[in-house]
Design a protein around this ligand. Structure first.
Ligand code: ADP
Ligand code: MG
Length: 249
């Protein structure tokens, strides 16, 4: 994969649910190694945009290329879709861990089943990423024995076990008690520093300021403002973005 090719390109994409136009011709791109923060009021289409990037939603119009896979091509093959799903990891607000599996088993499942890794290889990798998110000692416990922050760190580690090239985060700290937010953001910051390409939907403006390279502010399915993090977050052009930022701080 060439470093110079963008990780994600989206041009004029549209997405509707029935008569509801959720994405109304939205464009942008994400370079490799870049952290893009997506901000905007509830219902403006942030999750839908993110879900289009890994094909949880199919766009109606426009061009969308993710990791050199053209998701807008009419003849997108199952093989390409499977490739996309392994290359693009996603972390949700709700952690979606399997409750009946131990932490280690949660991390080993997809590498074993989807990538065909051996038990030993999957085990070693799972422990490596658990260590990375600071939870090496939790390998044998079950999700219900973890705090929300720990569950989310496990969810991030589980995603990393697929060796993704792009990570999508949809409000990963919104369901957490305030005192648990920091530990998750710290893991994400570390990941960013290591050069992971990341798209992060977040209401954590401080995180966006400190970690994101670029920010897009969405309004009703469109990009209302976009630019570097300082441009968008400290020099907003529109009154609406200024008002939004005031509400968030
Ligand atoms: P955000 O993440 O910015 O809060 P979403 O992308 O979740 O916004 O939702 C944008 C709009 O699309 C909302 O009005 C929401 O109700 C609607 N929507 C999202 N997903 C679906 C769906 N699967 N079916 C119908 N409407 C949906
Ligand atoms: Mg959302």
């Amino acid at each position: 994969m060439q470093d110079s090719t963008p990780a994600i390109v989206f041009e004029d994409i549209e997405k509707s649910f029935g008569s509801l136009k959720v994405l109304q011709g939205i464009s942008g791109s994400i370079q490799r190694g870049e952290v893009l923060a997506v901000i905007g009021s509830s219902g403006c289409g942030k999750s839908t945009l993110l879900r289009c990037f890994n094909r949880l939603e199919k766009i109606n119009k426009g061009r969308l290329v993710v990791n050199e896979i053209d998701l807008s091509h009419p003849l997108l093959s199952q093989k390409q879709l499977r490739r996309l799903r392994t290359q693009v990891g996603m972390v949700f607000q709700q952690f979606n861990l399997f409750p009946h599996l131990s932490v280690l088993e949660n991390l080993m499942l997809a590498p074993r089943q989807v990538l065909g890794k051996s038990r030993q290889e999957a085990d070693e990798q799972a422990r490596f990423y658990l260590q990375k998110v600071g939870l090496a000692e939790k390998a044998e416990v079950y999700p219900e024995q973890l705090s929300g922050g720990q569950k989310q760190r496990v969810a991030i580690a589980r995603s990393l076990c697929m060796n993704p090239q792009i990570m999508l985060f949809d409000e990963p700290t919104s369901a957490l008690d305030p005192e648990l937010v920091g530990e998750v953001l710290q893991v994400m910051q570390q990941l960013a520093q290591e050069g992971m390409t990341m798209v992060v939907v977040t209401h954590e403006m401080q995180f966006a300021r400190e970690v994101a390279h670029r920010v897009i502010f969405m309004e009703r399915g469109r990009v209302a403002e976009a630019g570097t993090a300082p441009e968008v977050l400290t020099q907003p052009k529109s009154d609406r973005l200024r008002a939004f930022l005031n509400r968030m701080s």
